[in-house]
Design a protein around this ligand. Structure first.
Ligand code: GLY
Ligand code: MN
Length: 352
């Protein structure tokens, strides 16, 4: 397949990364000399006010009463740049939308060819700029401010059994994130009491906190588009031997991994450090998820810390390190920090 002469960008995070546009409707066309953003009247003002210089806005507002409007402007641009091969994000573009683009992509002398460019922009996004790193750090500072208060609420609720439910605490996370300046939460907060903490991504429910419950909290916010992500497991004031033992294994596994992870090793290798410690302690069967993930505009993005990820980690990537042990019917422990891969190892961006 020939190299694409232009790229159709439909992934919203990629659009935001490339242009600064945050509207929920629109797509980009990247050509050699010029980039275009297609959107409609709902978002034209926002686009004008926020997108990077040099990107041309193509207004397709009237398409609802003139179905040919998009086709005409699209074909004009394809012809102008002599585009015969167009890259598309196959992992994002729906079949229905692809069919529409196929239908309207008919430059004068023959049909256009399509080629997959999935992952190309995501690969660029792995390497964060200084500004992006600052925004991720700020996002995490907000997350930590909220978490500090959440911890106090948990402590108070332990003294007053049955006073707060998982759902209540999840709502507090939302409120506090807003209070400290987040524009949104990065994902539905995970709040799990007692045996629910053994479900890695438990959905908060109506169960109320009891004095001796393990509490697992996984929370993150968005700040200027950038996500944070942190998991903390709070043991009761007088933890059982088993709770302490498992907590210590997970903490050691996480610390050991953070000590060793650096740019240039594969995601598989990065995953293996904490997994080896948990396996050696006899709990390998109780740790069944990936050891971490890239984070940025998306809560989960490239790279991945997992057995199947054989690509190398890059300098200036931000990743999470989040081993866990989950004992069904009893309790679970996960500890998650965000780290920045530097020239000499890594820097922990999580202070709580
Ligand atoms: N903290 C949510 C996740 O990593 O899936
Ligand atoms: Mn995570």
């Amino acid at each position: 397949m020939n190299k694409p002469q232009a790229k159709l960008i439909t992934n919203r995070s990629n659009i935001s990364y490339l242009s600064g546009f945050t509207g929920s409707s629109g797509f980009m066309l990247l050509t050699k000399n010029k980039n275009y953003l297609f959107t409609d009247s709902r978002y034209i003002e926002r686009a004008k006010n926020t997108i990077k210089k040099g990107i041309e806005i193509v207004d397709v507002t009237k398409v609802w009463r003139n179905p040919k409007e998009l086709e005409e402007s699209w074909q004009k641009i394809l012809r102008k740049h002599r585009i015969k091969v167009l890259g598309v994000e196959e992992d994002n573009l729906t079949v229905a939308k692809f069919k529409k683009f196929k239908k309207i992509s008919k430059p004068k002398n023959g049909k256009i060819k399509f080629t997959d460019i999935s992952g190309e922009i995501e690969s660029k996004r792995e390497i964060k700029t200084g500004i992006e790193i600052k925004l991720i750090q700020k996002s995490q500072r907000i997350n930590e401010k909220a978490f500090t208060e959440i911890k106090k609420i948990v402590q108070a609720a332990r003294r007053n059994s049955n006073s707060i439910s998982e759902v209540d605490l999840a709502w507090k996370i939302r409120e506090l994130s807003h209070k400290y300046g987040a524009e949104d939460i990065a994902f539905e907060p995970i709040v799990a009491f007692g045996k629910n903490s053994a479900i890695p991504h438990h959905q908060p429910g109506e169960i109320h906190l009891k004095k001796d419950d393990v509490v697992l909290i996984d929370m993150g916010v968005k700040y200027k588009g950038y996500c944070s992500d942190m998991t903390r497991t709070l043991l009761p004031q007088k933890p059982s031997f088993r709770q302490k033992e498992i907590y210590t294994i997970v903490l050691n596994a996480q610390k050991e991994a953070i000590k060793k992870i650096h740019a240039g090793i594969t995601g598989k290798k990065a995953d293996s450090y904490s997994r080896a410690i948990i396996e050696k302690a006899g709990y390998g069967d109780y740790y069944e998820h990936a050891g971490g993930h890239g984070i940025g505009l998306d809560i989960h993005e490239s790279p991945s810390l997992s057995v199947n990820y054989t690509k190398k980690l890059k300098k200036n990537s931000v990743i999470t390190v989040e081993p866990g042990i989950y004992i069904p019917g009893e309790f679970g422990v996960r500890i998650e920090d965000m780290i920045l891969l530097t020239a000499h190892g890594n820097k922990n961006l999580t202070f709580s």
